[in-house]
Design a binder for this molecule. Structure first.
Ligand SMILES: *Cc1c(COP(=O)(O)O)cnc(C)c1O
Length: 420
């Protein structure tokens, strides 16, 4: 058990204790290849379970609505300053409770209901909060969507420009949840400038790669706003951050509090401060580089094995594989087969998917978590090989059992931070 207090649970709440122990073992003996997940730092795990969770701190440092803020002000100020340093931006708000409220805060703070936002289509890699019809934001704002190019699966910037000219958005939003390439920020900025729109990137998936200097930094290309979750490639606690130019700072802060939220989660903000500190070390740059090398090694193995990948490869931390074409299996079946051998991935809709969302044609695979455990290219090749073997032989339970024990043996060599 990672935290001494948690031993108490064994006698006070054995049901929860058993589930927690089960999850620890699942994480210990299997490998997490969902691209949006990671294993956070032991210090962050500790901070999340610290007394900062007891404290209300509505407001911002120096301007709070409750007393007793000597130490909350210290951590929030440090978190903001470090975030600005990491991303080379003028202002940071570290209070969003997670990724979804962070994006809501930007839309509601910078736009009026009914305004037009240009964003990536959900089935082509955009996020739910980028105006999917099932999201509340999709009812409040007028989202128009660009898709990826049917030939090579990349963003077609000419098409984005054409849609922008036609629909005159107030906000041009880029960023993705399922897209294995980097973004041409200059192209988006030119498009936004031509129609007089603000620019926003939702870097939730890849902010760690920006922080580590291996993907482009949108602020180097004149972007107005960047949002990011803190728990994906950044390796922090579950939370959200809004980074922006000074001229938007007051509107963003007001929008988060009191516009959308009440008390910030100070235990999380302490974890964000620690995470931003880690991002400023040379080791984090090495980590980000290795995330990319690992994704490339894995993609190469899949391609050698004849697996069909969306965009034919990867420039970032993720791979989107078409399991329907490659193995005759939909993404749900592939996800379940891999889960059974201790490899966790997620089913994924692919561009213009003809299968329904709960039985899509692909899976999404990512390397941030495996890289945190210290795995390198050779381990990625091995894992990719096991995945291909399993999916090629979906009913060979003897084979699956033997691969499962190989996965466990590999995982035992790479402890999860904070466990063991
Ligand atoms: C994960 C993600 C979010 C949402 O984050 P939650 O913390 O799950 O609410 C928003 N945008 C993108 C691009 C994401 O990948």
């Amino acid at each position: 058990m990672q935290h001494p207090y948690l031993d108490l649970l064994e006698s006070t709440d054995p049901q929860i204790h058993a589930a927690l122990t089960g999850e620890e073992n699942r994480q210990r003996l299997g490998i997490e290849l969902i691209p949006s997940e990671n294993y956070t730092y032991p210090e962050v795990l500790g901070t999340l379970g610290s007394v900062f969770t007891n404290k209300y701190a509505e407001g911002y440092p120096g301007r709070r609505y409750y007393g007793g803020q000597q130490f909350t002000d210290v951590i929030e100020t440090i978190a903001r300053e470090r975030a600005c340093q990491v991303f080379r931006c003028e202002h940071a708000n570290v209070q969003p409770l997670s990724g979804s409220p962070m994006n809501q805060a930007v839309y509601l703070g910078l736009l009026e209901p009914g305004d037009t936002i240009l964003a990536m289509d959900l089935s082509h890699g955009g996020h739910l909060t980028h105006g999917a019809p099932v999201s509340h934001m999709g009812r409040i704002f007028n989202f128009v969507r660009y898709k990826t190019n049917p030939v090579d699966g990349s963003i077609d910037y000419d098409e984005v420009l054409e849609i922008a000219r036609k629909t005159q958005p107030k906000l041009v939003l880029c960023g993705y949840t399922s897209y294995p390439r980097d973004i041409d920020y200059d192209a988006f900025k030119r498009i936004a400038d031509e129609v007089g729109a603000m620019t926003m990137v939702d870097a939730s998936h890849f902010a760690g790669l920006v922080a580590g200097g291996v993907l482009e930094n949108p602020f180097d290309h004149g972007f107005d706003v960047m949002t990011t979750t803190s728990h994906k490639s950044l390796r922090g606690p579950r939370g959200g951050m809004i980074l922006c130019r000074k001229e938007f700072a007051a509107r963003i802060d007001k929008s988060v509090f009191p516009g959308l939220q009440g008390g910030p989660h100070m235990n999380v903000i302490a974890g964000i401060a620690i995470t931003m500190g880690k991002c400023l070390t040379p080791e984090f740059g090495d980590y980000a580089k290795q995330v990319l090398l690992n994704a490339r090694a894995m993609a190469e193995t899949f391609l050698t094995e004849g697996v069909s990948l969306v965009t034919g490869g990867t420039d970032n931390h993720m791979i989107v594989a078409n399991t329907q074409d490659s193995f005759g299996l939909d993404g749900r079946v592939a996800e379940e087969l891999l889960d059974a051998i201790g490899i966790t991935v997620n089913k994924q809709i692919i561009p213009d998917d003809t299968n329904p969302p709960l039985r899509p044609s692909g899976i999404r695979i990512g390397t941030p978590a495996a890289t945190t455990r210290g795995m390198k290219e050779e381990h990625m090749r091995t894992l990719a090989g096991w995945m291909v073997k399993t999916l090629r032989n979906p009913s060979d339970s003897v084979l699956h059992a033997s691969i499962k024990s190989d996965v466990e043996a590999l995982c035992r060599q790479f402890p999860v931070p904070g466990l063991d």
